[in-house]
Design a protein around this ligand. Structure first.
Ligand code: ATP
Length: 424
């Protein structure tokens, strides 16, 4: 059983194949490896480097061979666990690496991995771990994050992909400079499955094109993270995603029924399904906690994380910007005529919206495309409507770069943000 560490102590010894888990309470917690070997979600940490973790984070420091750490600050709960799924996760990585080696030898596709499971089972953490292990083996995997609510690419409401060339930063996660980001506009895929599907196809297409001219990319493969939707339309999407991304390995965390259903529905020669255990360290996040995480991601986008950013605030005329909304969700599915084609058309339609006070605090995605072809255009950046002056026909915006905007076409999103915090 896990051993609870009731006494807070500064120096902690982790024996081999054990993990220190802690949740950062209110202030920062800092951590230094003083002896031995340790990693945080797959990223190796060097000796004597001070890491600082901000409030709300839940961290695990795992050691394969044992180590000694110094830790300062207040933790909500802090204990060493001897029961972790790390050996199984490492074996999974070993099998995936074997697929990469074979792919290189025979010049074919490497592992194309889909990670599925219900909410809060450690999907993102497993993706991060597998990507880190791949990078440590000198691979260049692509990480695709389809988690529109708690994803790590862009801001909440967007999805995207990153080509990974280095391990995740322990404090900040993957910090690659040029992600491909697409606008979805909502925190939940069921707000518009048709659009979600189109975006997945677009990302798959981007990866395919890159693989064509970059053999290293094809052999390294990719890891797709999903939202925690495993029943109904969520399960339907998992099956579609297997086709869209030509997945050859599905990792199911902690859901036997989905694992069995996938074994029944997806032929073994197309994709292998593997059931993996959940780590006991994964924390369950309630609504307010998820909201806080979303807020901090938007805040981080405009104000920076370790290196502070200074966003700009300026006015733009109503004529200098065009705002479009994808899909008209005002009509509930049950009220629509039983005509699937017009339903999907409706969900993928791009409608120009009028500027009014309802836009205050709305986050808009600046996109590269030209109307009406905006559905899968890449996101150039995000701005927030701080205020609307109907009389002078001007809007006041928060933007990462100074006036003028690099593009004048924007997509509306359900995300709201103000400088005192998000209000969505
Ligand atoms: P969602 O359904 O929201 O996408 P998820 O299944 O992707 O969630 P994660 O985001 O990977 O789950 O993990 C949830 C939380 O648990 C995160 O805060 C993560 O840092 C934490 N966590 C994961 N593994 C561990 C561990 N072994 N020890 C401590 N905390 C952990």
């Amino acid at each position: 059983a896990d051993k609870k560490e009731s006494e807070p102590t500064d120096t902690i010894v982790i024996t081999s194949e054990c993990e220190l888990r802690f949740e950062v309470e209110s202030d920062e917690v800092s951590l230094v490896l003083v002896d031995g070997q340790a990693e945080i979600f797959g990223t190796e940490i060097p000796l004597n480097k001070v890491y600082k973790f901000v409030a709300g984070l839940s961290i695990a420091v795992f050691s394969w061979r044992g180590c000694r750490l110094k830790i300062t600050g207040n933790c909500n709960s802090r204990y060493i666990s001897k029961q972790t799924p790390m050996v199984v996760y490492l074996q999974t990585h070993g099998a995936l690496q074997q697929m990469r080696n074979n792919a290189e030898r025979d010049d074919k596709d490497g592992p194309r991995i889909l990670v599925v499971g219900p909410q809060d089972v450690g999907k993102s953490t497993l993706c991060r771990l597998l990507c880190n292990y791949a990078v440590r083996m000198k691979q260049q995997p692509v990480y695709v994050d389809l988690d529109v609510g708690q994803g790590c690419i862009g801001i909440p409401g967007s999805i995207g992909a990153l080509v990974l060339e280095r391990q995740a930063d322990v404090e900040e996660g993957f910090t690659e400079q040029l992600p491909i980001v697409y606008h979805f506009g909502y925190y939940f895929p069921d707000a518009n499955w048709a659009l979600y599907n189109e975006l997945a196809k677009k990302i798959a297409d981007d990866i395919e094109k890159r693989s064509e001219f970059c053999p290293k990319a094809r052999h390294s493969g990719f890891v797709v993270n999903t939202c925690g939707y495993v029943t109904g339309d969520g399960y339907k999407f998992i099956k579609e995603a297997v086709d869209i991304f030509k997945i050859n390995c599905i990792l199911v965390i902690d859901h036997e029924r989905v694992f069995n259903d996938l074994q029944r529905d997806i032929p073994e020669d197309k994709a292998t399904s593997i059931l993996l255990p959940k780590s006991g360290g994964v924390i369950k996040r309630n609504g307010p906690c998820r909201k806080r995480t979303r807020e901090s991601r938007v805040k981080q986008y405009f104000y920076g994380f370790r290196r502070p950013l200074n966003p700009f605030v300026f006015n733009i005329g109503f004529d200098e910007i065009e705002i479009y909304k994808i899909g008209s969700l005002e009509v509930s599915d049950s009220l629509l005529p039983i005509n699937k084609v017009s339903d999907i058309k409706n969900k993928l339609s791009c409608v120009k919206i009028d500027i009014d006070n309802d836009l205050i605090h709305t986050v808009l995605s600046l996109v590269f495309g030209e109307p009406p072809d905006l559905l899968c255009s890449t996101v150039a950046g995000f701005i927030v409507v701080k205020d609307v002056d109907m009389e002078n026909r001007q809007i006041n915006v928060l933007a990462p770069a100074p006036h003028p905007l690099p593009h004048n076409v924007c997509l509306w999103s359900d995300t709201k943000f103000n400088d005192e915090g998000s209000i969505s």
